[in-house]
Design a protein around this ligand. Structure first.
Ligand code: VAH
Length: 323
């Protein structure tokens, strides 16, 4: 029987690296091909095959999917909210063409399953702020959010019209120690731990009361794999599932860190990312994911903080002092 191969596009990114590690642990290193425009992530080197791949080049993507007998694709290449507001046209082009290329290749090559990440950024200032429901209709305030809302509609279309089994999650802000953040509004919640490990004061680019939906990466990766392994009959949402973890403010995460790192201190200098944060809900209702496929988060703020501070190595901790 032909071996079932998985392709992770954007494997060198924040989610991609952790997802590739988890998939290789679960299915075997050789069956999960890491693909990225950039070089192979240090954490992935030697742990399985790497493929230099530009997902914007549909023909090459199609050749590689066929040549490697790919049956599952995770597409994680995207430009995030903060970077997207600096380069709106590029963000739209990258986020949409990468998805449309992947959907077309999946349709034409008979790929069995596709995962594509959406985001709580699909919700704008007109959505319910607290406990934002799965079906809230809203107008996203960022190009990133517009691209994710549009992408969700394309996922739904390819499922309904062509039967492509594509599944998606509206990730909150994801917090991890294995990779550094890249261009997100929620990146402060990673930088703050690095500052604490380096013994530096952290200057936060959001206001102290900017409450946002967040999640520890281990929960996000586990939830993604649980969704992808759920029977298709259980999946009632073919746009993207709301998923919730922890909802906190910069002041609350700083207070938690202070309990674990007594000398830690923080000050606040909000920048353009504060305006983005203010358009997003403070917390998310994920009841549909819980009832459809048994989703349940396992990390609260204290457990996540202990994990982050225990695992960020001081010599590798990023400096958060912006000159
Ligand atoms: C961002 N980390 O900040 C991403 C995420 C909800 C936020 O989509 O853009």
């Amino acid at each position: 029987m032909e071996e079932h191969k998985t392709l992770v596009i954007g494997a060198s990114g924040q989610i991609g690296t952790e997802l590739t590690l988890a998939l290789r642990h679960r299915y075997g290193g050789e069956s999960v091909i890491a693909a990225d425009l950039k070089r192979d992530a240090d954490l992935l080197k030697g742990a399985g095959p790497f493929l230099p791949l530009d997902v914007m080049d549909k023909m090459t993507l199609q050749v590689q999917v066929r040549r490697n007998n790919i049956k599952t694709i995770y597409l994680l290449a995207a430009m995030l909210s903060a970077s997207g507001e600096q380069q709106p046209q590029l963000a739209w082009k990258l986020n949409m063409e990468s998805l449309l290329n992947t959907l077309e290749v999946a349709r034409e090559e008979g790929v069995q399953k596709v995962f594509w990440p959406s985001s709580i950024a699909v919700f704008g200032p007109d959505a319910p702020r607290v406990d934002c429901p799965q079906n809230a209709w809203s107008t996203p305030a960022t190009v990133y959010g517009i691209s994710k809302l549009s992408g969700e509609q394309w996922c739904h279309y390819y499922f309904k019209r062509y039967g492509v089994d594509i599944r998606s999650i509206r990730y909150p802000g994801l917090i991890s120690y294995k990779t550094l953040p890249g261009g997100g509004t929620t990146d402060y919640a990673i930088e703050i731990y690095h500052a604490a490990v380096r013994g530096e004061k952290y200057t936060c680019f959001l206001k102290e009361d900017a409450r946002l939906p967040m999640m520890y990466m281990d929960d996000a990766v586990r939830g993604t794999i649980e969704l992808m392994e759920a029977p298709a009959s259980r999946i009632t949402v073919r746009t993207a599932y709301n998923l919730a973890g922890i909802s906190f403010t910069p002041a609350e995460i700083a207070a938690e860190i202070k309990q674990l790192v007594p000398g830690f201190s923080i000050d606040y200098k909000p920048d353009y990312r504060q305006a983005i944060a203010e358009t997003w809900p403070e917390s998310i209702n994920d009841q549909t994911a819980r009832s459809d496929w048994g989703w349940k988060p396992e990390y609260g703020l204290r457990r996540m903080s202990e994990e982050m501070l225990r695992n960020i190595r001081p010599e590798l901790a990023m400096t958060t002092k912006h000159g």
